[in-house]
Design a protein around this ligand. Structure first.
Ligand code: DAH
Length: 349
């Protein structure tokens, strides 16, 4: 072997031995294989050699280059493993077979009610959809017939990201995506759109016992030919009677929401007095529970569905409110408190 090449090789092996971590190895790699590295420099010496010498010199440098590369890769791998092992060894010991220090975990009351409502709707043929908490202005407002500067936006002030997206202020924000997802099956194969989409919502609220900046809703839509208000009433009444395990009366009052026409507030007969009138229902016999309505033609159009051919209903159940009513929770802030004392009291039915 050419003496110069041999010299570089021996020097490299020596330095490799004393490299104790992956950073040292990176320095070594640059020193030998970098643009001005020792091996690279050897290559440059070829131009001064005769043709005969060039061949064997070139081969030897190439072999060295391969060796240096392989050795650095191999040693880097070894050192990385050692570094990981060191980190593992430095962690405190624990016994994975130990029982947890606290008793069994439990589901959050919102999760319990959400699952219960989901199961009821699933049994009636509805799909359960999950949707992002970050949405665009289009999804949250424009596609729902709430153009910029519409006063309805005032009630839904929320948190905006630097890129113009926002934390969804209502689950209705998923409607447009749901229509687009299912419209082909509706139009081509006549499969009605039936979907619910529970989700966390956000609003810029001053918090008190009834208001939180983070809460849950459960939206639902059904679209097909000839869907009417009676379909809406039937599904809502069935679902609520199942949730509360009693046959409830429901009534609709007019309510305005830009994405439905006509729009309603749905009330249920008071759970406490059964409709006789008591302090809980302000002596009216009714509790306001769920805004709903027939989907506005513009909203169907934005979802790619022809409103002359199809109609549908939508509802926006206040899931958090439902949980409070079901379990008699008086302060909404308890639900986001993270307090195990409060939140572990609820059991699945
Ligand atoms: N998204 C509305 C809100 O949070 C509630 C709502 C009203 C949803 C009527 C609906 C509906 O689907 O039809 O204020």
């Amino acid at each position: 072997m050419n003496s110069k090449i041999l010299e570089v090789k021996e020097q490299f092996l020596e330095e490799l031995k004393s490299s104790e971590n992956t950073q040292n190895l990176e320095v070594l790699r640059v020193k030998y294989l970098g643009k001005k590295g020792l091996v690279t420099e050897l290559m440059k010496e070829m131009k001064d050699l005769s043709n005969e010498e060039k061949k064997s010199f070139g081969q030897e440098v190439n072999t060295l280059k391969g060796e240096v590369t392989d050795k650095i890769t191999e040693r880097t791998k070894e050192l990385k493993e050692l570094e990981i092992q060191k980190e593992i060894d430095s962690m405190p010991d624990f016994d994975i077979s130990m029982p947890p220090a606290i008793n069994e975990g439990s589901y959050h009351p919102v999760t319990l009610v959400q699952r219960q409502v989901e199961n009821i709707f699933k049994s009636m043929g509805f799909a359960v959809e999950d949707y992002s908490e970050i949405v665009s202005d289009y999804e949250c407002f424009e596609a729902l017939n709430i153009p910029k500067h519409h006063p309805a936006r005032d009630m839904q002030d929320t948190y905006y990201l630097d890129n113009g997206q926002l934390l969804k202020s209502h689950t209705s924000a998923a409607q447009n995506a749901i229509y687009k997802k299912y419209k082909d099956a509706l139009i081509n194969d006549g499969v009605p759109i039936k979907a619910i989409f529970p989700g966390r919502c956000f609003r810029n609220e001053a918090t008190d016992a009834c208001h939180e900046n983070t809460f849950f809703q459960m939206e639902g839509v059904m679209v097909d030919k000839d869907i009417s208000i009676s379909n809406l009433i039937y599904f809502m009444k069935t679902m609520l009677s199942e949730v509360f395990k009693k046959d409830l009366k429901v009534r609709l009052r007019p309510g305005f929401f830009p994405f439905v026409e006509p729009g309603f507030e749905l009330d249920i007969s008071c759970l406490i007095c059964g409709g006789e009138g008591c302090p809980s229902c302000k002596h009216s016999g009714w509790l306001e529970l769920c805004p709903c309505g027939m989907i506005h033609p513009e909203v169907l159009k934005a979802g790619g569905i022809d409103p002359d051919e199809y109609t549908g209903f939508a509802f926006g159940l206040g899931l958090t409110r439902l949980v409070m009513m079901k379990y008699g929770i008086k302060d909404i802030r308890d639900l986001n408190s993270g307090s195990l004392k409060t939140l572990t009291q609820f059991i699945d039915e």
